[in-house]
Design a protein around this ligand. Structure first.
Ligand code: SF4
Ligand code: SF4
Length: 396
């Protein structure tokens, strides 16, 4: 939508979405478009991006307000606005929120679950949002509930975030909102959708199924806040809260960062000791992705940057000793050692039969493996191969 030399302002539409499961991109700064082309992407590949010279004038686009009070709007109108503002799930998966909010009519949603259980150790961005933006967060949750027509609305928060539990409970009773807080055990992976649904409703999402199959939608607290900004202020998603931490960060903190900011600039702003940093992970320690190019930008799913002073184990360090630790730790009762073996020997049909595609990539199996086998890497590789085979089969 823009070309070299164009002037842009904050919130201006830069790229439209090309399919149902995609979302538009808006400018995070005001300035001049320098180039449009391939740039490093945090997922490790090159991707088409727009390079903007920031003029630091912070000139904003005029955001059209929502035509009526949101309580009087039809769910479809609200969903349309959310889609046009480019809101995606900000817990890490980046799934477009308007798609999640449009379940088919044969899958009624009775429960909206708001994920306030930080998805990974080290990350504290969700915690800060619950403490610092409580009113706006609750309004975003009410908007989400109206869209879904959900009878029940529960915010899941881990027991170690008592301050967040207190402030949210206070606001709920002050305004008499029909929202409850579920206090959850602080354990990993508590923030996974399936774990959260089971912990809060005792319902089990079936193998290969989605939360909507058991009447639930799960949204992260940062997503609810972005939904509120879109509906009340008309503001598209061009910034996000993220955690910058780790042993080599001298000033760890949570920052509100403009999307597109190179990771290196953010790390410098937090006084990272680059001489000691051996690895930078985007996301948390379990599911995050190691970064090879710190010129890659913050994207909508960047929940944090983690800086380590020692390297992670490679793919296979020692043979499997059949200790069963990976089986015991798997939250969805898979047999990671077996699945990884199938993938390693390219027996993809067997891997699928042993529920490869159900893995939520939490990384717990890799974490506990005494042989330092990077099981989740094999599983990710296997899923990638299966998806590629399925896509190729569809094209035939
Ligand atoms: S990453 Fe490992 S522990 Fe986590 S769900 Fe997948 S197989 Fe289970
Ligand atoms: S934890 Fe590691 S060594 Fe133990 S069974 Fe699983 S893959 Fe094998």
């Amino acid at each position: 939508m823009v070309k070299r030399g164009d002037k842009v302002v904050i919130g201006q539409l830069l790229g439209e979405s090309s399919g149902f499961v995609s979302s538009p991109v808006h400018s995070p700064v005001s300035g001049t478009v320098l180039s449009v082309g391939p740039f490093p992407h945090p997922l490790g590949k090159q991707s088409i991006a727009i390079e903007i010279q920031n003029d630091n004038n912070d000139e904003y686009a005029v955001f059209p307000p929502f035509e009526k009070p949101w309580r009087e709007a039809a769910p479809g109108e609200l969903v349309q606005k959310i889609a046009s503002c480019g809101i995606v799930g900000m817990g890490g998966a980046s799934f477009p929120t308007h798609v999640k909010l449009s379940p088919p009519s044969n899958k009624p949603i009775d429960t909206l679950i708001i994920n306030g259980a930080e998805c990974e150790p080290f990350l504290t961005a969700d915690h800060r949002v619950m403490l610092e933006c409580t009113d706006n967060l609750l309004e975003g949750i009410l908007i989400l509930r109206k869209i879904l027509g959900a009878e029940k609305c529960v915010i899941g928060i881990e027991e170690n975030k008592q301050d967040a539990i207190n402030i949210i409970n206070e606001k709920i009773s002050e305004h008499k909102f029909r929202i409850t807080v579920a206090v959850l055990k602080a354990k990993y992976p508590q923030g996974g959708e399936k774990q959260l649904i089971q912990a809060i409703t005792s319902r089990q999402v079936p193998s290969g199924g989605l939360p909507m199959d058991v009447g639930c939608v799960v949204d992260n607290v940062n997503t609810a806040l972005a939904v509120r900004e879109a509906i009340i202020s008309g503001m598209p998603l061009f910034q996000r809260v993220m955690t910058i931490t780790g042993p080599t960060v001298k000033n760890p903190k949570n920052l509100l960062v403009r999307l597109g900011t190179p990771m290196r600039d953010i790390l410098q702003a937090c006084d990272v000791d680059f001489t000691r940093t051996k690895k930078v992970i985007m996301g948390g320690p379990m599911m995050g992705l190691a970064q090879s190019d710190l010129n890659a930008p913050v994207i909508k799913s960047t929940s944090g940057l983690l800086c380590y002073d020692k390297s992670y184990p490679g793919v296979r360090q020692h043979p499997c000793i059949n200790c069963g630790k990976c089986v015991n730790v798997c939250p969805i009762r898979l047999i990671p050692s077996r699945i990884a073996k199938f993938v390693e020997h390219d027996h993809m049909d067997d891997a699928v039969e042993w529920n490869l595609m159900d893995c939520m990539e939490c990384g717990s199996c890799t974490y506990v493996c005494p042989s330092k086998i990077n099981l989740v890497n094999f599983i990710k590789l296997g899923k990638y191969r299966v998806q590629a085979e399925r896509t190729a089969a569809k094209k035939k």
